[in-house]
Design a protein around this ligand. Structure first.
Ligand SMILES: Cc1cc2nc3c(=O)[nH]c(=O)nc-3n(C[C@H](O)[C@H](O)[C@H](O)COP(=O)(O)OP(=O)(O)OC[C@H]3O[C@@H](n4cnc5c(N)ncnc54)[C@H](O)[C@@H]3O)c2cc1C
Length: 285
Protein backbone atom coordinates (compact mmCIF):
# COMPACT_ATOMS: atom_id res chain seq x y z
CA UNK A 1 0.00 0.00 0.00
CA UNK A 2 0.96 3.65 -0.33
CA UNK A 3 1.09 5.93 2.73
CA UNK A 4 -1.33 8.84 3.09
CA UNK A 5 0.11 12.19 2.01
CA UNK A 6 2.31 14.00 4.52
CA UNK A 7 4.64 16.99 4.68
CA UNK A 8 8.33 16.13 4.96
CA UNK A 9 10.96 18.10 6.90
CA UNK A 10 14.66 17.14 7.12
CA UNK A 11 16.34 19.40 9.71
CA UNK A 12 20.11 19.34 10.21
CA UNK A 13 20.24 20.13 13.95
CA UNK A 14 18.35 19.00 17.05
CA UNK A 15 17.22 22.62 17.64
CA UNK A 16 15.72 22.78 14.14
CA UNK A 17 14.07 19.39 14.67
CA UNK A 18 12.33 20.32 17.93
CA UNK A 19 11.19 23.64 16.44
CA UNK A 20 9.80 21.82 13.41
CA UNK A 21 8.07 19.31 15.66
CA UNK A 22 6.52 22.07 17.78
CA UNK A 23 5.33 23.90 14.65
CA UNK A 24 3.85 20.76 13.09
CA UNK A 25 1.64 19.96 16.08
CA UNK A 26 0.49 16.71 17.68
CA UNK A 27 -0.06 14.80 14.42
CA UNK A 28 3.61 14.99 13.40
CA UNK A 29 5.96 12.01 13.72
CA UNK A 30 9.69 11.60 13.93
CA UNK A 31 11.38 9.35 11.31
CA UNK A 32 14.60 7.56 12.32
CA UNK A 33 15.65 4.41 10.41
CA UNK A 34 12.08 3.84 9.21
CA UNK A 35 12.27 0.07 9.82
CA UNK A 36 9.20 0.08 12.05
CA UNK A 37 7.50 3.36 11.04
CA UNK A 38 7.45 2.92 7.25
CA UNK A 39 5.51 -0.39 7.31
CA UNK A 40 3.02 1.25 9.68
CA UNK A 41 2.58 4.18 7.27
CA UNK A 42 2.27 1.91 4.27
CA UNK A 43 -0.48 -0.07 6.00
CA UNK A 44 -2.10 3.26 6.97
CA UNK A 45 -2.10 2.27 10.62
CA UNK A 46 -0.77 5.81 11.17
CA UNK A 47 -1.25 8.90 9.03
CA UNK A 48 0.92 11.72 10.41
CA UNK A 49 0.47 15.15 8.83
CA UNK A 50 4.25 15.78 8.93
CA UNK A 51 7.34 13.56 9.10
CA UNK A 52 10.42 15.06 10.78
CA UNK A 53 13.33 13.04 9.35
CA UNK A 54 16.30 12.92 11.78
CA UNK A 55 18.61 11.34 9.17
CA UNK A 56 20.65 14.50 8.45
CA UNK A 57 21.35 15.38 12.10
CA UNK A 58 24.96 14.29 12.51
CA UNK A 59 25.06 15.28 16.22
CA UNK A 60 22.65 12.38 16.90
CA UNK A 61 25.06 9.75 15.58
CA UNK A 62 27.88 7.96 17.34
CA UNK A 63 29.03 6.91 20.81
CA UNK A 64 31.10 9.11 23.11
CA UNK A 65 32.89 8.69 26.43
CA UNK A 66 31.45 10.86 29.19
CA UNK A 67 33.42 9.88 32.30
CA UNK A 68 31.43 7.31 34.24
CA UNK A 69 29.03 6.71 31.33
CA UNK A 70 29.03 6.20 27.59
CA UNK A 71 26.53 8.22 25.58
CA UNK A 72 24.89 6.68 22.51
CA UNK A 73 23.33 9.08 20.02
CA UNK A 74 19.74 8.19 19.14
CA UNK A 75 20.49 7.90 15.41
CA UNK A 76 23.41 5.49 15.86
CA UNK A 77 22.54 2.44 13.80
CA UNK A 78 22.46 -1.07 15.23
CA UNK A 79 25.40 -1.88 12.93
CA UNK A 80 27.49 0.92 14.44
CA UNK A 81 26.56 -0.04 18.02
CA UNK A 82 27.63 -3.64 17.27
CA UNK A 83 31.09 -2.49 16.20
CA UNK A 84 31.70 0.33 18.67
CA UNK A 85 34.74 -0.09 20.95
CA UNK A 86 33.25 1.93 23.84
CA UNK A 87 30.12 -0.23 23.80
CA UNK A 88 32.22 -3.41 23.68
CA UNK A 89 34.35 -2.27 26.61
CA UNK A 90 31.77 -0.64 28.89
CA UNK A 91 28.38 -2.06 27.92
CA UNK A 92 29.04 -5.55 26.53
CA UNK A 93 25.42 -6.52 27.22
CA UNK A 94 24.20 -4.01 24.64
CA UNK A 95 26.64 -5.31 22.06
CA UNK A 96 25.50 -8.91 22.67
CA UNK A 97 21.81 -7.96 22.38
CA UNK A 98 22.34 -5.85 19.26
CA UNK A 99 23.99 -8.85 17.58
CA UNK A 100 20.61 -10.61 17.73
CA UNK A 101 18.48 -7.81 16.19
CA UNK A 102 16.93 -8.77 12.86
CA UNK A 103 19.25 -9.13 9.86
CA UNK A 104 22.16 -7.10 8.44
CA UNK A 105 19.88 -4.97 6.24
CA UNK A 106 17.71 -3.89 9.19
CA UNK A 107 20.77 -3.37 11.39
CA UNK A 108 22.25 -0.98 8.82
CA UNK A 109 19.12 1.22 8.74
CA UNK A 110 17.47 0.75 12.15
CA UNK A 111 18.66 2.93 15.00
CA UNK A 112 19.30 2.48 18.71
CA UNK A 113 17.08 5.46 19.58
CA UNK A 114 14.34 4.33 17.20
CA UNK A 115 14.16 0.94 18.91
CA UNK A 116 14.04 2.50 22.38
CA UNK A 117 11.40 5.09 21.36
CA UNK A 118 9.30 2.50 19.52
CA UNK A 119 9.12 0.45 22.76
CA UNK A 120 8.04 -2.84 21.23
CA UNK A 121 7.92 -5.27 24.18
CA UNK A 122 9.69 -7.85 21.96
CA UNK A 123 12.41 -5.33 21.04
CA UNK A 124 15.83 -6.61 22.06
CA UNK A 125 17.45 -3.40 23.34
CA UNK A 126 14.93 -2.40 26.02
CA UNK A 127 15.81 -5.05 28.61
CA UNK A 128 19.58 -4.42 28.29
CA UNK A 129 18.96 -0.67 28.70
CA UNK A 130 16.94 -1.42 31.84
CA UNK A 131 19.51 -3.87 33.21
CA UNK A 132 22.29 -1.31 32.74
CA UNK A 133 20.30 1.52 34.42
CA UNK A 134 20.45 3.61 31.24
CA UNK A 135 19.01 7.12 31.17
CA UNK A 136 17.11 8.60 28.24
CA UNK A 137 17.89 12.22 27.31
CA UNK A 138 14.86 13.88 25.75
CA UNK A 139 14.71 17.23 23.92
CA UNK A 140 11.78 19.52 23.11
CA UNK A 141 11.39 23.19 22.20
CA UNK A 142 11.30 23.99 25.93
CA UNK A 143 14.59 22.26 26.85
CA UNK A 144 15.91 18.85 27.88
CA UNK A 145 15.01 16.28 30.53
CA UNK A 146 16.51 12.94 31.55
CA UNK A 147 14.39 9.91 32.40
CA UNK A 148 15.71 6.60 33.83
CA UNK A 149 14.92 3.47 31.81
CA UNK A 150 12.85 2.15 34.74
CA UNK A 151 10.40 5.05 34.21
CA UNK A 152 10.74 5.55 30.44
CA UNK A 153 8.76 2.50 29.25
CA UNK A 154 5.09 2.86 30.17
CA UNK A 155 3.12 0.22 28.25
CA UNK A 156 2.99 -1.64 24.90
CA UNK A 157 4.64 0.73 22.36
CA UNK A 158 4.25 3.58 24.85
CA UNK A 159 6.91 5.68 26.54
CA UNK A 160 7.01 8.95 28.47
CA UNK A 161 7.85 10.78 25.22
CA UNK A 162 5.30 13.55 24.58
CA UNK A 163 4.34 14.48 20.99
CA UNK A 164 6.76 17.45 20.86
CA UNK A 165 9.72 15.47 22.21
CA UNK A 166 12.67 13.68 20.60
CA UNK A 167 14.90 11.07 22.23
CA UNK A 168 18.36 12.50 21.53
CA UNK A 169 20.75 10.20 23.38
CA UNK A 170 20.99 7.37 25.87
CA UNK A 171 23.47 7.54 28.78
CA UNK A 172 24.69 4.11 29.81
CA UNK A 173 26.68 3.87 33.08
CA UNK A 174 29.95 2.08 32.45
CA UNK A 175 29.95 -1.60 33.39
CA UNK A 176 33.63 -2.06 32.64
CA UNK A 177 34.90 -5.59 33.25
CA UNK A 178 31.37 -7.02 33.59
CA UNK A 179 30.66 -10.18 31.60
CA UNK A 180 27.43 -10.38 29.63
CA UNK A 181 25.12 -12.52 27.57
CA UNK A 182 21.75 -12.02 25.81
CA UNK A 183 19.81 -15.27 25.45
CA UNK A 184 17.05 -14.96 22.86
CA UNK A 185 14.42 -17.55 22.00
CA UNK A 186 12.59 -17.31 18.68
CA UNK A 187 11.05 -19.76 16.26
CA UNK A 188 13.23 -18.87 13.27
CA UNK A 189 16.59 -17.18 12.99
CA UNK A 190 16.60 -13.37 12.79
CA UNK A 191 13.05 -13.06 14.15
CA UNK A 192 11.69 -11.14 17.12
CA UNK A 193 12.11 -12.52 20.64
CA UNK A 194 9.41 -14.82 21.95
CA UNK A 195 11.19 -14.34 25.27
CA UNK A 196 14.76 -13.19 25.89
CA UNK A 197 16.99 -12.64 28.91
CA UNK A 198 19.68 -9.97 29.33
CA UNK A 199 22.26 -10.89 31.96
CA UNK A 200 25.44 -9.17 33.05
CA UNK A 201 27.59 -10.03 36.05
CA UNK A 202 30.67 -8.82 37.86
CA UNK A 203 32.69 -11.51 39.57
CA UNK A 204 35.20 -11.36 42.39
CA UNK A 205 37.19 -14.58 42.10
CA UNK A 206 34.59 -17.36 42.09
CA UNK A 207 31.92 -15.19 43.74
CA UNK A 208 29.18 -13.26 41.93
CA UNK A 209 29.72 -9.74 43.30
CA UNK A 210 26.99 -7.98 41.28
CA UNK A 211 24.31 -9.13 38.83
CA UNK A 212 21.81 -7.42 36.55
CA UNK A 213 19.12 -9.48 34.83
CA UNK A 214 16.21 -8.17 32.73
CA UNK A 215 13.57 -9.88 30.62
CA UNK A 216 12.25 -9.17 27.11
CA UNK A 217 8.58 -9.80 26.23
CA UNK A 218 7.53 -10.94 29.71
CA UNK A 219 5.20 -7.93 30.20
CA UNK A 220 4.10 -4.85 28.26
CA UNK A 221 7.46 -3.31 29.21
CA UNK A 222 10.90 -4.79 29.95
CA UNK A 223 11.11 -6.30 33.44
CA UNK A 224 14.04 -6.39 35.86
CA UNK A 225 14.36 -9.86 37.45
CA UNK A 226 15.28 -8.55 40.90
CA UNK A 227 14.61 -11.84 42.72
CA UNK A 228 17.09 -13.57 40.40
CA UNK A 229 19.67 -10.85 40.98
CA UNK A 230 19.29 -11.10 44.77
CA UNK A 231 19.66 -14.88 44.64
CA UNK A 232 22.91 -14.58 42.67
CA UNK A 233 24.76 -11.82 44.51
CA UNK A 234 27.32 -12.97 47.06
CA UNK A 235 27.05 -16.60 45.94
CA UNK A 236 29.69 -18.99 44.64
CA UNK A 237 29.23 -19.17 40.87
CA UNK A 238 28.04 -22.76 40.50
CA UNK A 239 25.38 -24.61 38.50
CA UNK A 240 23.33 -25.06 41.68
CA UNK A 241 23.41 -21.31 42.43
CA UNK A 242 22.33 -20.48 38.89
CA UNK A 243 19.55 -23.10 38.87
CA UNK A 244 18.16 -21.88 42.18
CA UNK A 245 18.28 -18.22 41.11
CA UNK A 246 16.73 -18.85 37.68
CA UNK A 247 13.72 -20.50 39.35
CA UNK A 248 12.66 -16.96 40.40
CA UNK A 249 12.70 -15.56 36.85
CA UNK A 250 8.94 -15.44 36.28
CA UNK A 251 8.25 -13.57 39.54
CA UNK A 252 6.65 -10.20 38.94
CA UNK A 253 6.11 -10.81 35.22
CA UNK A 254 2.82 -10.60 33.29
CA UNK A 255 3.40 -12.05 29.82
CA UNK A 256 0.66 -12.17 27.22
CA UNK A 257 -0.48 -15.22 25.26
CA UNK A 258 -0.26 -15.13 21.46
CA UNK A 259 0.06 -17.48 18.49
CA UNK A 260 3.64 -18.30 19.49
CA UNK A 261 3.27 -19.13 23.17
CA UNK A 262 0.82 -19.14 26.05
CA UNK A 263 1.50 -17.51 29.42
CA UNK A 264 2.75 -20.66 31.18
CA UNK A 265 5.11 -21.50 28.32
CA UNK A 266 6.60 -17.99 28.43
CA UNK A 267 7.06 -18.23 32.21
CA UNK A 268 8.85 -21.57 31.85
CA UNK A 269 10.98 -20.14 29.03
CA UNK A 270 11.98 -17.22 31.24
CA UNK A 271 13.36 -19.61 33.86
CA UNK A 272 15.23 -21.81 31.36
CA UNK A 273 16.65 -18.85 29.41
CA UNK A 274 17.70 -17.07 32.60
CA UNK A 275 19.76 -20.10 33.61
CA UNK A 276 21.38 -20.19 30.18
CA UNK A 277 21.98 -16.42 30.09
CA UNK A 278 23.66 -16.28 33.51
CA UNK A 279 25.78 -19.37 32.77
CA UNK A 280 26.89 -17.93 29.44
CA UNK A 281 27.61 -14.53 30.99
CA UNK A 282 29.80 -16.14 33.67
CA UNK A 283 31.66 -18.11 30.99
CA UNK A 284 32.14 -15.09 28.71
CA UNK A 285 35.68 -13.80 28.18
C1 LIG B 1 12.18 -7.40 9.30
C2 LIG B 1 12.45 -6.73 10.62
C3 LIG B 1 12.90 -7.50 11.68
C4 LIG B 1 13.16 -6.90 12.91
N1 LIG B 1 13.62 -7.68 13.94
C5 LIG B 1 13.92 -7.11 15.12
C6 LIG B 1 14.45 -7.90 16.18
O1 LIG B 1 14.67 -9.10 16.07
N2 LIG B 1 14.72 -7.27 17.35
C7 LIG B 1 14.52 -5.93 17.52
O2 LIG B 1 14.79 -5.41 18.62
N3 LIG B 1 14.05 -5.15 16.52
C8 LIG B 1 13.75 -5.71 15.34
N4 LIG B 1 13.28 -4.92 14.30
C9 LIG B 1 13.06 -3.48 14.53
C10 LIG B 1 14.31 -2.68 14.26
O3 LIG B 1 15.17 -2.85 15.37
C11 LIG B 1 14.00 -1.18 14.11
O4 LIG B 1 15.20 -0.58 13.86
C12 LIG B 1 13.39 -0.47 15.32
O5 LIG B 1 12.22 -1.04 15.77
C13 LIG B 1 12.98 0.96 15.01
O6 LIG B 1 14.10 1.71 14.73
P1 LIG B 1 14.08 2.72 13.53
O7 LIG B 1 15.32 3.54 13.66
O8 LIG B 1 13.88 2.01 12.26
O9 LIG B 1 12.81 3.69 13.90
P2 LIG B 1 11.60 4.17 13.01
O10 LIG B 1 10.92 3.02 12.35
O11 LIG B 1 11.99 5.29 12.14
O12 LIG B 1 10.66 4.75 14.17
C14 LIG B 1 9.98 3.88 15.05
C15 LIG B 1 9.10 4.71 16.00
O13 LIG B 1 9.91 5.42 16.94
C16 LIG B 1 9.75 6.83 16.81
N5 LIG B 1 11.10 7.39 16.92
C17 LIG B 1 12.20 6.96 16.27
N6 LIG B 1 13.29 7.62 16.67
C18 LIG B 1 12.86 8.51 17.59
C19 LIG B 1 13.53 9.50 18.39
N7 LIG B 1 14.86 9.66 18.32
N8 LIG B 1 12.79 10.25 19.24
C20 LIG B 1 11.44 10.05 19.33
N9 LIG B 1 10.76 9.14 18.61
C21 LIG B 1 11.47 8.38 17.75
C22 LIG B 1 9.12 7.05 15.43
O14 LIG B 1 8.34 8.24 15.40
C23 LIG B 1 8.26 5.80 15.30
O15 LIG B 1 7.06 5.96 15.99
C24 LIG B 1 12.99 -5.49 13.08
C25 LIG B 1 12.54 -4.72 12.01
C26 LIG B 1 12.27 -5.32 10.78
C27 LIG B 1 11.81 -4.45 9.63
Amino acid sequence: MIPAAFDYVAPSTVDEAVQALAAAGEDAKVLAGGQSLLPVLRMRLAAPTTLIDLGKITELRGVRDDGDAIVIGAMTTHYDVQRDQLVAEHAALLARATDTVADPQVRHRGTFGGSIAHADPAGDLLAPALALDAEMVIASSSGRRTVPAAEFFQDFFTTVLDPGEILVEVRVPKHTGWKAHYEKFNRVAQAWSMVAVAATVRTDGDTIAEARVALTNMASVPVRATAVEQALVGQFASDDTIRAAAAHAAEGTSPTADGNADVEYRQELAKVLTGRAVSAALAAV
